[in-house]
Design a protein around this ligand. Structure first.
Ligand SMILES: [Zn+2]
Length: 261
């Protein structure tokens, strides 16, 4: 049998088995969906969301991409998030990474992989910001595993920064954000972050994702840097320049930009 025909055959067997167990199985699920969870995971074929979580159709809204990245600039992810939080009212959003993730591995290396390198850039930042911690680990496998975990924490933090989550928290402390890592060798999910449902909890998470460095602008080489100073403005010389500069400076002074005399 051709590979894709096997899929159709299995589908018919599965549908028949479900109806044999409960004649109303599909009728009940087709009427509406009220999922409890939004699952954000890697597209890796070895981590099938419903299978590893033991969830039935209708229980889990799912978004997957390479290396379970959450970016506010990703229209697809933000539409899924908004629909899940504001319309479906999910109680939990779970970011699930997995050990052995090819996307994370690619981000840790120096090779070029084409378009996907753009997608993986946020994970390169995770590696860079946590270099100090990673260098203390004994071998490459330990570093790889740790970056997988740090990437999950990072993506939960990205979620916490979206207006969608901020607005939902302001209304009632929901949804709760969680982080899991799946181990393909055992089939088990490991919980690495739980019940993040406030800015305070998200900030505490940030101290973990940045190797103990407090939340704030991304540090360079693991050290927290002071925020950059706004460059002072040189007024120049000449009457016209003075007149124009005065008007500009008056406007800038009103918003607190430092002036160079
Ligand atoms: Zn992966």
């Amino acid at each position: 049998m051709e590979d894709y025909r096997r899929i159709l055959q299995h589908n018919r067997e599965w549908a028949a088995a479900m109806v044999a167990t409960d004649p109303e199985y599909f009728k009940k699920r087709a009427a509406k969906q009220e999922p409890t969870f939004l699952y954000i995971g890697c597209a890796d074929s070895r981590v099938p969301a419903n299978v590893v979580t033991g969830t039935e159709p209708g229980e889990m809204f799912v978004h997957r991409n390479i290396a379970n990245v959450v970016l506010p600039s990703d229209l697809n992810a933000m539409c899924v998030l908004q629909y899940a939080v504001e319309v479906l009212d999910v109680k939990h959003v779970i970011v699930t990474g997995h050990y052995g993730c090819g996307g994370v591995k690619a981000a840790m290396g120096s090779g070029s992989h084409g378009l996907v390198d753009h997608w993986l850039q946020p994970i390169r930042n995770v590696v860079r910001w946590n270099q100090e911690e990673l260098e203390q680990l004994p071998d490459e496998q330990s570093k790889f595993n740790r970056v997988v975990e740090l990437n999950v924490l990072e993506q939960i933090y990205h979620l916490s920064e979206t207006p969608i989550i901020q607005n939902a928290w302001a209304k009632g402390g929901r949804p709760h954000l969680h982080g899991f890592v799946y181990d393909m060798h055992t089939g088990l999910l490991r919980e690495i972050a739980t019940d993040v449902n406030s800015q305070k909890a998200a900030d505490e998470l940030a101290t973990r994702r940045l190797s103990g460095v407090p939340a704030g602008p991304p540090p360079v080489a693991g050290k927290l840097q002071p925020p950059p100073q706004t460059p002072a403005i040189d007024v120049g010389s000449g009457e016209l320049a003075d007149a124009i500069a005065k008007r500009v400076l008056d406007r800038l002074a009103a918003v607190g930009v430092p002036m160079k005399k």
